[in-house]
Design a binder for this molecule. Sequence first.
Ligand SMILES: [Zn+2]
Ligand SMILES: [Zn+2]
Length: 262
Amino acid sequence: MSIITLTPLASGSKGNANLLTWGKNQDKHLLIDCGIRIKAIEKTLLMQGLEATQLSAIIVTHAHADHISGVAPLARKYNIPTFMTKGTAKFADLKGVPLAHYGIDQPFELEGLHIHPFTVPHDARETAAFTFHETETPDKKMGYLTDCGHITPHIETMLTGVQALAVEANHCRDMLMNGPYPYSLKKRVSGDLGHLSNEQTAQLLGKLSQALKKVHLLHLSEENNCPIKAKNICFKALNNPKAEMVVAMQNNPAPPLTLKGI
Ligand SMILES: [Zn+2]
Ligand SMILES: [Zn+2]
């Protein structure tokens, strides 16, 4: 049986990194983003029983520091092929990094894994989200979506039918508006090119609930969200008491989001 797992190693505005594992023997691995220090990622990978040399690739969503700051040091040290859009590459120091570009809405294959990048509205050039499935099982799909200002019809189309989803639930709108951020930052975070609120994420989950059985909530703001609040509103939207939901945290790896194939 093929299984895809996604393990959030770090999640939040201080740094993001996610480990994706696939293959019949669960022997293929890549990182989605690396916005934490090289020592921290090495240590966290070891906690998962892995060394960085076992990574087939790093896939980068966009050029914000909380997603990319650790990418170049890690890729250089271990010579890891690193995939990003040209728009992202423009804003990063990538000297010595084995670089490959992917195009938005141009799916590609990596060692039996089908990766479909799609565009999301965010204030970084060519920001991407993804769906993943094993090449042999196209109907068993996982989605990954963070750093997204609002849900577009295209995002809904791309995520329709996913059985497992890792998705941003960045802030509670009330906590953000009544919280400590300066007005300009509140506007940025809640804006059309900012981040998804619990309410926006819940609305998306409601639309995907027919196929969706497992959800990980990512990129929660430590200042402007409450994990229990986020989970309550998002779980309710799934309208399925048997659904599974995990909230990923900033400083500790979360349990994996698991999608079983055939
Ligand atoms: Zn971010
Ligand atoms: Zn961002």
